[in-house]
Design a protein around this ligand. Structure first.
Ligand SMILES: CC(C)(COP(=O)(O)OP(=O)(O)OC[C@H]1O[C@@H](n2cnc3c(N)ncnc32)[C@H](O)[C@@H]1OP(=O)(O)O)[C@@H](O)C(=O)NCCC(=O)NCCS
Length: 192
């Protein structure tokens, strides 16, 4: 892990603020997830059932703790102060270091480039050398269900390389008897 650990609690992009969640964000985020369940269910195993504000408070508090420990860097995406989704750098392995970017967006906000803008900012943070205030990653991935064309379009726009297709890699969240393929897109600080 870089020392001192440069985990900015807030990042700003042209139109958005990315901010680490706290327990107080629980009720607003529960409402946003619950309003988007039909949109999220096909792709995200954690988004199958509605959640209560209290459950979401606990989940946001845990995300905050993991952020401070550098285990998982989750950010809320805020547009004019209101949450419109979340994103983060997950599955971090500081031994390399490496990790992957994840995201979801309020369906009403799709089609404006907000996620691409967010993923661009996270890519810059991850791949910038630690000496320059970044995380100094050697490898950054974006993974998605091969059928999720809107998700795959994000790394494609940002110049990630399609490195692998893992066949029958996971179960479909809504139809666990069916298997799905996973695409792995990657970027590195230097081109190979
Ligand atoms: C995957 C997901 C985040 C993509 O959202 P999105 O709105 O398509 O992505 P962006 O915010 O980057 O917007 C891109 C769209 O805005 C358009 N756009 C408009 N202005 C743009 C700009 N300045 N920059 C980039 N794209 C722009 C693009 O053309 C594209 O539209 P298109 O799909 O019609 O080609 C969203 O569909 C989602 O939350 N899905 C459910 C959860 C999920 O699948 N998460 C990922 C799991 S791996």
């Amino acid at each position: 892990m870089p020392d001192p650990a440069p985990f900015p609690e807030t990042l700003t992009t042209a139109r958005l603020t990315l901010r680490v969640p706290t327990a107080e964000d629980g009720p607003a985020m529960a409402a946003l997830v619950n309003a988007n369940l039909e949109h999220l269910r096909p792709w995200l195993p954690w988004a199958q059932m509605p959640r209560t504000p209290e459950q979401q408070q606990g989940s946001m508090a845990r995300a905050h703790d993991k952020f401070l420990q550098g285990e998982d860097l989750m950010y809320l995406m805020l547009l004019e102060g209101q949450p419109i989704g979340s994103c983060g750098i997950h599955r971090i392995d500081w031994a390399v270091p490496s990790g992957d970017i994840g995201y979801w967006l309020d369906q009403r906000r799709e089609g404006h480039g907000y996620v691409t803008e967010t993923a661009r900012a996270l890519t810059e943070l991850a791949l910038k050398p630690a000496a320059a205030g970044g995380l100094g990653f050697e490898r950054l991935e974006i993974r998605c269900d091969a059928r999720n064309l809107k998700s795959a379009a994000v790394p494609e726009r940002l110049g990630f390389e399609l490195e692998a297709r893992l066949k029958r890699h996971a179960r479909d969240p809504q139809h666990p008897e069916q298997f799905r393929d996973t695409l792995i897109f990657a970027r590195w600080p230097h081109e190979y």
